[in-house]
Design a protein. Structure first.
Length: 820
């Protein structure tokens, strides 16, 4: 039979829109709550409403959609929702710059981005869309705040905050670049003391270190572990006896109790409250000037390893209880009040920073851990390795690793301190002095103090008519109608909290809202939570490692302890895609190398852009955008089109070798595409599809093909292409007389037996004597055959240690190795 149909031209602009409208009208990709199929919650990070959808969004979302579609064809009820992260500084900054209201700016962007997202042809369930700046959403963000407050996980505290003088706002540590600049605008960050709201993430530090219940990339787990920074050590008191000072000790945390005998100075953070009390009269002016200077520096600057360490002796001493020595007290900006106790002991012999400091200020350097061969000579640099304790009284001669425990036990016995665990992680500062965020649902009453807004009074609406330009104060503070309220407890006059919440609060729980987005009684129903949560597969950028991905884990664990959810981890599996670059550089507006997907979609179709992005390189590594690469992919889709629709000469040849070969190619390809798709190896998955197309083209050109095998081969091609190029596959499925829709078909299965290469037996000789027989693929090359023969253990016992003269290959039959 010969198909005689006009092939027509592959015109993506004509077919893509048509199918998208049909899919939407039919609700084809809806994930019903009452579906009997097993659930699969697939989630890609929701976009920030920053303007146009750029190629980075496509790069994160299109391959995610391919995998979500794959699981759908594998019989799962796949939930793949989409929404918008809509609160936050960029909206406000852009709005200020363009002089339009953040609400309008944001909603305009949402409308545009929604259409752009739809052009991707993804299976997003738009009925579940959420917008985090929508009162129906942030009402529940506020509800969550109240739960944290109720459970003692939200508290108000005074804290030196990272302050960006340009953005006029407090920044989280994560928003300060390593250079000490504001992540958003590049201005050097300074410090400011403010009364703000914190979330007690430190309470979960230990549990957050445990990634054993989730399959995440190792590097993300490592980044989180480093960020949390757990260290075991000892908190020990140093005696204080200063006239007129109430405090009788300084408490210090150290991970090196074995070196306490080597303390020769003590450093207080310049902001430490004891500095003022302890400073001697003749040091006061110098100390005050130093404190002032330190306050102007960012934390990153203060901790920088390159920066020369400075300090000032405050004219006071404390006592090392272990050896009775008096220790001079300094202030230095590298000691931070909010790290540990804000006091650091100086052990110059065994810490390089302390060594430099002691050298600079002429302080003694006392070796207490002897390096191998130590004869009492002065150290050239700090000795950091283990050794033997010396100059340490009763501990002399103890190996330092044992000494850690021995000294710690001694200190505990004496009542001078205790073993404890220190963390680098600090509580999460969630207050923002900006307008475009969810208001914190708290009221301050002169009589009752801090009063939470009752849950049935939520949402606390963000007033639309606020003056939102940054002044250094919360814009809402200037809005009398918002600020002045009545106390929910005593009905007296009260003031509202005027800070808004960090937008990471919104993204902490958005994946929970998708499962029940229109619920007006609760953030989501328990039954639906049990059905859908947690997320099975999450995809997104690694840049969120210590922010969103850590906060969401904390949030989930806290929600579990509140009894709101019944699982421990929000995202069971995580995959981080790489970055798309252009012209060897990261895309940015200033470089002018931003790739706008819309133009390419209009010209070559969404399918071509989708497939090209997967083909560009290993997904986790990213790759370089190249127009000619995209054109190549577009040509391949054209070849698929022509291959499927152009006439083919068929006959009944079920047992012909060519038919067997065709079937083998098909089963091999199904196996490769399946395995690659599951393992996020999208580039090799596309390559397998291209090779398959080439193989089918060759078979077709070689003469008549078996009708049944050809039909199976073409159907399989379309099914395998369907997740990657959903529009093209749907069109070709319809044109090859199949019913609607290909996207409701099952994923094809391969037969291991049929996929197996035909094999031949290769005889291997050494000096003409039979030494081994190898089963090798029929298509083995000379090079492969020789390599396999020489690698055989049985052959190697006769060749090892001998001189190889030559290797003779008789194609398809024999390898003879000649040795002497
Ligand atoms: Zn800034
Ligand atoms: Zn009151």
């Amino acid at each position: 039979m010969t198909r005689s149909r006009t092939v027509g031209r592959y015109a993506p602009s004509e077919i893509e829109k048509k199918w998208r409208e049909r899919w939407a009208a039919d609700g084809l990709y809806r994930a019903p709550d009452d579906d009997p199929r097993p659930k699969f919650y697939y989630l890609t990070m929701l976009p920030y409403t920053s303007g146009d959808l750029h190629i980075g969004h496509w790069y994160a979302m299109a391959p995610s959609d391919v995998q979500a579609r794959y699981w759908r064809m594998r019989g799962y009820n796949v939930l793949f929702p989409m929404g918008f992260d809509a609160f936050g500084l960029p909206a406000e900054n852009a709005a200020i710059k363009q002089n339009i209201h953040p609400y309008k700016w944001t909603m305009d962007n949402v409308a545009r981005m929604r259409e752009q997202l739809k052009s991707m042809g993804a299976i997003f369930d738009w009925e579940r869309e959420i917008i985090s700046s929508d009162p129906d959403y942030y009402r529940w963000t506020q509800w969550w705040f109240l739960q944290f407050y109720k459970h003692g996980l939200a508290y108000r505290g005074q804290a030196p905050a990272n302050w960006c003088p340009s953005c006029q706002t407090v920044l989280a540590n994560e928003q300060v670049l390593p250079s000490g600049q504001c992540e958003r605008c590049g201005t050097p960050v300074t410090k400011r003391d403010l009364e703000q709201w914190f979330f007690r993430i430190t309470k979960y530090a230990d549990e957050l270190l445990d990634h054993s219940k989730i399959q995440w990339p190792e590097r993300i787990a490592t980044m989180q572990k480093n960020w949390i920074g757990r260290s075991e050590g000892v908190e020990i008191a140093f005696g204080l006896d200063a006239p007129g000072v109430e405090e009788k000790e300084l408490r210090v945390f150290t991970t090196r109790p074995d070196t306490i005998h080597g303390v020769t100075f003590m450093v207080l953070a310049p902001e430490h409250p004891l500095v003022e009390k302890l400073t001697a009269a003749d040091k006061r002016a110098e100390v005050e000037a130093y404190v002032e200077a330190a306050r102007r520096q960012s934390e990153i600057e203060r901790l920088s390893t390159e920066k020369e360490k400075t300090g000032v002796f405050i004219g006071a001493y404390c006592k090392n209880l272990l050896n009775g020595e008096d220790v001079p007290i300094f202030i230095a900006d590298y000691a931070l009040l909010w790290y540990g106790t804000g006091i650091v002991m100086g052990v110059p012999a065994h810490d390089q920073r302390d060594f430099d400091f002691a050298t600079k200020y002429g302080l003694p350097i006392k070796t207490v851990i002897a390096p191998p061969g130590y004869q009492g000579e002065p150290l050239e640099a700090a000795y950091l390795e283990p050794g033997t304790m010396v100059n340490s009284g009763p501990f002399d001669g103890t190996p330092s690793e044992e000494g850690k425990t021995a000294v710690a036990e001694y200190i505990e016995k004496q009542g001078w301190g205790k073993r404890t665990v220190g963390y680098r992680l600090r509580d999460w500062l969630i207050s923002r002095q900006r307008y475009w965020g969810a208001p914190i649902p708290i009221v301050y009453c002169e009589r009752c103090g801090i009063v939470p807004v009752p849950e049935d009074k939520l949402p606390v609406l963000l007033p639309e008519d606020a003056e939102f330009r940054p002044t250094g104060e919360s814009p809402l503070r200037l809005h009398q109608g918002f600020v002045n309220t009545t106390c929910p407890q005593c009905q007296g006059p009260a003031r509202r909290e005027t800070d808004t919440m960090d937008t990471f609060m919104c993204s902490n729980w958005y994946f929970m809202r998708y499962i029940d987005p229109r619920n007006s009684e609760r953030p989501f129903s328990r039954g639906l939570a049990r059905k859908w949560l947690p997320v099975d597969q999450y995809t997104g950028g690694a840049e969120h490692a210590v922010m969103h991905l850590l906060y969401a884990r904390f949030f989930t664990k806290a929600a579990r302890d509140m009894g709101v959810v019944e699982f421990d981890e929000p995202f069971l599996r995580l995959f981080n895609q790489g970055t798309i670059i252009a012209g060897k550089a990261k895309m940015s507006k200033s470089r002018g190398n931003v790739v706008a997907p819309d133009e390419y979609v209009a010209r070559l179709g969404a399918d071509a852009v989708r497939v090209y992005l997967m083909f560009i390189g290993p997904w986790e590594q990213g790759g370089e955008w190249d127009d000619s690469g995209l054109a190549g992919v577009s040509r391949w889709l054209n070849r698929v089109w022509n291959l499927v629709l152009s006439p083919v000469e068929t006959a009944s040849l079920p047992d012909a070798p060519a038919t067997r070969e065709l079937r083998r190619l098909m089963h091999k390809t199904i196996r490769r595409v399946t395995e690659d798709t599951e393992r996020f190896r999208f580039n090799t998955m596309v390559a397998a599809l291209m090779e398959y197309t080439n193989g089918l083209t060759r078979a077709k050109e070689a003469g008549s093909v078996d009708a049944g095998a050809w039909r199976d081969a073409i159907d399989t091609l379309l099914l395998l292409v369907a997740p990657s190029a959903p529009h093209l596959a749907e069109e070709l499925w319809a044109r090859t007389n199949h019913g609607y829709s290909i996207h409701n078909q099952s994923w094809p299965e391969w037969d291991e037996e049929l996929a197996r290469e035909e094999e031949i037996t290769l005889v291997v000789q050494v000096n003409g004597k039979l030494r081994d027989r190898l089963q090798v693929p029929a298509g083995v090359t000379e090079e492969q055959a020789k390599e396999l023969a020489l690698a055989s253990a049985r052959v190697r016992t006769h060749t090892d240690g001998k001189q190889m003269l030559r290797v003779i290959y008789v194609p398809g039959r024999l390898v003879n190795v000649v040795v002497r």
